[in-house]
Design a protein. Sequence first.
Lengths: 420, 286
Amino acid sequence: MKNTLKNVFHSPRFVVGFTIFMVILLTVLIYPYFVTRDPLLGLGKGFLEPGTYVSVYDTNTAGTYRVELPEANMNRMESSVPMEDRVTIIEFLTAKGVDVSHLTTANGDVPELVSLWQENYDEADVKKSKYPGFTTQAKRKALARMDARLSGDSATAKMTVTVGDGDDAATTTVNDTDYVKVNEVANSITLPLGTDNFGRDTLTELVKATGISLLIGLIAGTVATLLGLIVGLLAGYVGGILDDILMFIANLFTVIPGFVLLILIYYSVGQAARGVTTCALVIGFTSWVWTARSVRSQVISLRNRDHVNLSKLSGHSLPRIVVTDILPYIASYVVMAFILQVSSGILAEAQLSLLGLGPKTTDVPTLGLMMNWAKLFGAYTSSNAWWAYFPVILVIALISFSLNLMNTGLDQVFNPTLRD
Amino acid sequence: MSEAKTRINKDFTNAPMCLSGRGVTRVFTAGRTRTVAVDHVDFDFHVGEFVSIVGESGSGKTTLSKMLLGLLEATEGEIQFMGKPRDISTGAKKREYWKGIQAIFQDPFSSYNVFHKIDSVLLDCINMRGGKNLPKDKKIEMMTEACSFVNLKFAELTNKYPFELSGGQMQRLMIARIFLLKPKILLADEPTSMVDACSRATILDMLLDLRDETGMTIIFITHDIGLAYYISDTVYIMEHGKFVEFGKADEVIINPQAAYTKRLISDVPKIHEEWDLSTVDLKAAE
């Protein structure tokens, strides 16, 4: 036993798979101790991009510090002169005949571009001169709007903020060199993966969903493996009419596509009754067939071995022979089948949920449900919110990859013909 | 092996019957193919007799032995055990039957459950003989005695796994098992074919000792007619699931009647003569 474990942990594939899986599992277990918020709590409305969000309201009450960043103006420029504007400026200046060949749209050139713009732009002149490309009224109006924007930004400004209302209102002046310390602001939140369509923190939701999906996989895998093992052992060892009956049932399940069966059972159960456990059980009860078939064939080849005959001659009972003389010989195989069943259970849940047949949507998130929500609320298309679905896909892929890698590693250890 | 031990040369025809069969048949069907492994064989094994069943590979020896052991059901025919029709319809009756008949298998390497220690094999035998509640010391004493009967030291074997032993040691341990069980009939299915010549002599010697000591019937299944001649009282020659000839070992081998027996005898390599290969049927071998 000890030796087998040692061999298993010497297989690089198994170790890599095991490490990935353990990292995911540990994250799922430890993360809730750091972020105690309800994973389904809506923080805002709609998709928010990943980033740190600082309360504007609270920045006014936080203490200010004087910081003179040399590149402060340039940074402001960068965030206020968008790329399209820079392109338009270059187009306009070129049309007017100003030499801008040494300038590009890069950040460093923005101040010079803006000053050249202010020297050369004149609304009346544009109307009169009809520069190529800027002859239509729409274009000219766009230029006028851009000019208004740029002239507002170029001045280093002081802002006046009113705090309070009515008679208590007091105004404070905010200089462009005033800074607040982020951790002194009463409210700020870092959303590494943004929020989903309901405004839920995607990362927290994802961790919870991974945990639930793993649980579904575990329950489904255990049910499928146990059921397959019992059917396979009985059919294989007892044989005869019992074998015929059990294999008839197994054949029925094989002929009817498992997924269709899954959808039908799932649909008839109804949305209200579809909890996480029901979901896992239904998946487990429809995926035992191939485990049963392969266990059966292994048992058939084992039952005529001499050690089984000797055990019979020693007067051992049928259950004892099955448990002590058959089961240990197929244990490695069963462990491998179990790992694959867990993996396919997780995938089956994702498929079902993506079709809208997942567990009740109000209770818990699952990986499949997150995909379903992302699809329903246009994260793939209109909102272009990659953070709402891509991390989910990645986690599903990683779980399935790590489990399959573990399985291949084990296969290599237990099946000497596969060793390199 | 000393000459005195090899054969008693006793006439067993009037000895009490321990296992006999009439029209025992076994047919294997797989889809449409139908293989008759054992075809209506009749046999009478007497108490204390050393019977050899000789035949080439695929002649149905092992199928017959499995039927005798009750591990395989006969398609047809009747087997009598100790003068009464054999009844192994329930698990309890089977267990009772197996107290009377035990086996040593061909391949010692696959005869043991590799997950169990050697002690458990021997303890099972003590339990089967009703010694479950004996004190631990007594059990160890019995196991030590059984091991020393086959020239093994129990102290060296205890807590070891079967795969830590050599093939010869494993097969001797199988005999130690029989020594503990003391069944009325021992069915030895080619017990020497997987071990070296030296261990073979030791194992045969031990089987004969066991017979002398407990008076058990030994049914020895082999493909080696020379070996059968040296140790058996009675020889049954089996070809394609049928007994083509049987009788006292001397009579059958010195004066064979069936062509198949003659061929088997001529196929035995002899040390002082040139090996006669003219009778080898190449077509049959294919």
